[in-house]
Write a protein that binds this ligand. Structure first.
Ligand code: ZN
Length: 411
């Protein structure tokens, strides 16, 4: 079924009333005293520790608990690393492409309430002046540590696979223009999604790789051979595999086969039950392996907010029963997913081991961002970013950098 139609969660209402940005004002949680979260199933990279504990001192996870530590008993719960979303356009009624800085913070906070402690803000296609301006605004939020970087989805994508992007604003990937976006982002450009088969595509991939920016293949009409060429040039991510690309054909395997078979590629999957059939998700996991999948939301404004009319860039979107579609043409237009729901689907409906779900939601995207030394697992020395889930995998607490975003609800 589709994303949770309820989406107007109480957490969000709290935010709207208080309009309190999370980033700088979240409540001090651990006070000055070290905190021990004990008795939980702690999901570690090597497996799940039953009756394990995680010690938090200040903003970090540490190894041993001092005598004076405060304890919270989490028997019957799971402790997993905070989720990392590398492809997210907004939430809480706010858009990362068009919102004010305050709106952007609202969107970030909405996703934090659902366990996403690290988020890359994604833009949709716009004209170059608009996107460079946007890069400037978002880079300030990156400098403050509110977002982990900027993902430009478009304008360098294929008109044949445009999805919810304005066709008249699409353009071929000219390396000079790609460079403009990188420069405008002042070191915070994380990823660019492009159709690498278009003129200038391969040179643009090389340019991105040379600048340490992820070249992501997506909204593409490439053949299998063209996709292989882009991977050889340095592309390392498949933007929402299966969506906005030719399907797998037995004589024309297209980009999907090339992206699944190459170990250098991490494949993004939107696990909301709308974008992908569960069998397609299984196929991706089977072929790529759990170490090469990153669950993303591809969320738009309605995530954590509710049904209604929204704008996605310049295009109008109708959200009904949690499914976002363009008013004109009816294309799926992003999701209303939050990563806590992606996690729950993964372990309940898709029957993935919890360790694989954690890999896809935390460790793999953290590695892709080059930040696995700080985030992505519950190991001593890393940031205290974690999520508490109950036995049904419903979210019961969120901590970011040692502060509770969602206080533990253990009743
Ligand atoms: Zn997207």
């Amino acid at each position: 079924m589709a994303a949770d139609p309820g989406a107007r969660d109480s957490a969000n209402m709290r935010l709207r009333r208080g309009a309190r940005p999370a980033t700088t004002h979240s409540q001090p949680a651990t006070s000055q005293v070290p905190l021990v979260l004990s008795g939980a199933n702690v999901v570690m990279p090597t497996g799940t520790l039953k009756d394990g504990e995680v010690v938090i001192d200040g903003t970090q996870i540490t190894g041993t608990a001092p005598e004076n530590a405060h304890r919270i008993e989490l028997t019957g719960h799971y402790l997993v690393p905070g989720f990392v979303d590398i492809h997210n356009h907004g939430g809480g009624g706010a858009s990362f492409t068009s919102g004010t800085p305050n709106d952007v913070v609202t969107g970030i906070h909405t996703h934090r309430l659902h366990g996403t402690t690290t988020l890359v803000a994604s833009t949709v296609t716009g004209d170059m002046d608009f996107l460079t301006q946007r890069a400037g605004l978002l880079s300030e939020l990156a400098e403050q540590g509110d977002i982990a970087g900027i993902h430009f989805e478009g304008p360098f994508i294929s008109p044949c696979r445009k999805g919810a992007h304005s066709e008249e604003l699409l353009r071929d990937p000219d390396p000079a223009e790609v460079r403009k976006l990188i420069d405008a982002a002042r070191g915070h450009a994380t990823m660019v999604t492009l159709a690498t088969e278009l003129p200038g595509g391969i040179d643009s991939v090389r340019l991105l790789a040379d600048h340490g920016v992820i070249a992501a293949i997506g909204h593409t009409d490439a053949t299998y051979e063209e996709t292989v060429e882009a991977i050889e040039a340095g592309a390392t991510v498949a933007t929402h595999l299966f969506n906005a690309m030719p399907p797998l054909g037995h004589r024309q395997p297209g980009p999907i086969a090339a992206l699944l078979e190459d170990e250098r590629i991490t494949v993004e999957l939107i696990n909301d039950g709308t974008h992908l059939h569960p069998a397609s998700l299984q196929l991706a996991f089977h072929h790529a392996g759990a170490d090469r999948v990153a669950f993303i939301t591809d969320a738009m404004d309605a995530a954590g907010f509710g049904d209604g009319r929204y704008m996605l860039g310049p295009l109008e979107v109708e959200v009904a029963d949690g499914v976002a579609r363009l008013v004109e043409g009816g294309s799926i237009a992003g999701s209303t997913l939050t990563l806590d729901r992606a996690f729950k689907r993964a372990v309940t409906i898709d029957r993935l081991p919890v360790e694989d779900a954690v890999a896809a939601l935390s460790a793999n995207p953290a590695k892709l961002l080059g930040r696995y030394d700080r985030i992505g697992s519950l190991e001593p020395g890393k940031d205290a970013d974690l999520v508490i889930l109950d036995a049904d995998f419903d979210l019961k607490g969120v901590m970011r950098r040692g502060e509770w975003v969602v206080e533990p609800q253990l009743g």
